[in-house]
Ligand binder design. Structure first.
Ligand code: IPE
Ligand code: IPE
Ligand code: MG
Length: 252
């Protein structure tokens, strides 16, 4: 089943150029620029976040229709708690609204909805709604939408180290058992292949504590577009560019 996407004639050119056999399996996005988008329009930052949710809806549909298997969206970082309380509340409210409003359509379209990050620190209602979303959709076979919430790669790696150290201490495993696979298996992204493509809009050229272990060989794609303006055509462009890169993984 296909999501109904707005078909914009400007999109079809680039879409036709994309090799449907070489769609990246895992796309990760740092959804950035909501605040500046709002500021440019003289609007409160909250309006930027609200507009950003619209982009999420479109990009999820587009990703699903393209046959991307995993889409990992950075929605709230472990550092974002530093923001004013009001703004944090807005973000949590928008998350709740999104889950409540979209979950049925996502489920109908075979999407799995799950979170990565330390969600135990989120408001109770958000935790419950995320649990509900995952329980409902976990057996779906389509796009896997990973929402990175209270996610920080250093926190994730630190937790993995503690876990592994505990296993060693208990004598369940020895030091010789620690390899890349074991480390990957102790991250939130266990069972998910590393991202093929990482997109950061908004004109920032940094990783901001996102998926540090997982992006060892990921292709990066940056753009000046603020997230609320990030239309499907930019995802097509990113994928088109990705398909024209030569990934060598250290080989020749
Ligand atoms: C991204 O937009 C949303 C979150 C980080 C939650 P920002 O709020 O960071 O927008 P800018 O970077 O201030 O424009
Ligand atoms: C990264 O954006 C986090 C999310 C998009 C959720 P930030 O806006 O928080 O990152 P910095 O502060 O510009 O590095
Ligand atoms: Mg930002």
């Amino acid at each position: 089943m296909f999501f109904k996407n707005k078909s914009d004639p400007a999109n079809t050119d680039i879409l036709n150029k994309i090799d449907k056999e070489k769609i990246p399996k895992h796309v990760a996005i740092i959804m950035d620029g909501n605040g500046r988008w709002a500021k440019k329009r003289g609007l409160p930052r909250a309006m930027g976040h609200r507009a950003g949710v619209e982009t999420i809806r479109e990009i999820v549909k587009t990703s699903s229709n393209l046959g991307i298997k995993y889409l990992t969206l950075y929605a709230f970082s472990t550092e974002n708690w530093k923001r004013p309380k009001d703004e944090v509340n807005t973000l949590m409210t928008l998350l709740l609204e999104f889950l409540k409003k979209e979950i049925d359509e996502l489920h109908k379209n075979n999407v799995v909805v799950r979170a990565i990050g330390d969600i135990s620190q989120l408001p109770r209602q958000c935790i419950d709604e995320l649990d509900r979303a995952y329980t409902l959709t976990k057996n779906n076979k389509g796009l896997c939408l990973n929402l990175a919430l209270n996610y920080g790669a250093r926190d994730e790696i630190k937790k993995a180290i503690i876990n592994i150290a505990n296993q060693v201490k208990k004598g369940n495993i020895g030091l010789e058992d620690i390899d890349d696979k074991l480390i990957s298996d102790n991250l939130y992204t266990k069972g998910i292949p590393d991202p093929d493509l990482l997109i950061r809009p908004s004109g920032e050229y940094r990783i901001s504590n996102y998926l540090l272990w997982q992006i060892a060989y990921t292709e990066f794609w940056f753009s000046d577009i603020y997230w609320p303006d990030f239309k499907p055509i930019y995802l097509y462009k990113a994928i088109y560019d990705y398909q024209n890169r030569s990934r060598r993984f250290g080989g020749v």
